[in-house]
Design a protein around this ligand. Sequence first.
Ligand code: NAI
Ligand code: MG
Length: 368
Amino acid sequence: MSTPSILILPGDGIGPEVMAEVRKIIDWYGAKRDLGFDVSEDLVGGAAYDKHGVPLADETMEKAQQVDAVLLGAVGGPKYDDLDFSVKPERGLLRLRKEMDLFSNLRPAQCFDALADFSSLKKDVVAGLDIMIVRELTSGIYFGEPRGIIEEGNERVGINTQRYTESEIARVARSAFELARRRGNKVCSMEKANVMESGILWRDVVTEVHQAEYSDVELSHMYADAGAMQLCRWPKQFDVIVTDNLFGDLLSDAAAMLTGSLGMLPSASLGAPMANGRPKALYEPVHGSAPDIAGEGKANPIACILSFAMALRYSFDQGAEADRLEEAVEKVLADGVRTADLLGEEGVDPVSTSQMGDAVIAALDASI
Ligand code: NAI
Ligand code: MG
């Protein structure tokens, strides 16, 4: 197979700072594991607007469609707050998701033992937690028609429509079952079939896909509100959770926060398989461009580094190397290395963004 290709879009604010650390790690894999990548870099968000007057140039969009994986830092910042909606930095990211048709959004909630004290939950509730929320990303109530604000009688009415086709549900369900087979082999599907017809269809289609193609995976169903309660009560009961766009937005944010800091959270957005069998894929940290600390070398690069670990696993079939990278991060944290956002204890001096990256590299070196 030809050398796997990656398009790096560092973006704005701390995006370029955290991506510089990922670059080091990509280079490490080339030098030390004989795992070379064909890496190109381009602009997105405010950085693209400054150069091209649009938050994502057409050439960049085309490149994104051709590579095996896109890695994105973050977009946005106060400098761009007054721009017209159509050219806001976020539109660059939305265009990527839409045109690549990235319907399956993977949001892990994973608790590193060294950070278990950081959680707002009791340590034994979160220690060792490793669950994955799969959120449908391209349909549902954020996109359904009719929508808008209309006049009715003498008042205004706000309208949004939850709409899911069978094929939209089936494809995200498949993505969740495939993931479960590589993890704990359990899927819990969440909707509100008790009050929403779209929820009834969701439950039916997930069940049909399960029976026809994935009966080896354990499937359960939960109403999304009960699921939210269970996530706070005993999250370790779950392995993979699959849910729609709206519930997934809320549940994935809540689940992620069980484990502590925004600077630690990776994500992947996957689409349909390309000709080479790899899915269209965009990997990015959950956090934004953090203008309050940008340029100061304080940002935690781990969310972005763990996003690359997801790329190794889901785009490049390098599960063992993804484990290696995650274990390196775990070791660095266990050794007490902390960026400023992870400081709890007194008397620990924070390391810089690049020192954290170097510590991960040292742990990688020690692993071979
Ligand atoms: P944010 O995630 O950028 O920052 C929230 C808080 O967390 C800040 O105090 C920040 O310093 C801290 N933080 C975030 N990432 C960190 C890291 N890696 N290390 C250490 N501390 C970190 O969210 P905020 O402030 O609401 O938005 C800032 C800008 O980012 C806005 O322009 C927003 O539109 C954009 N944004 C972009 C996203 C993306 O590119 N996917 C997602 C969320 C926001
Ligand atoms: Mg959200």
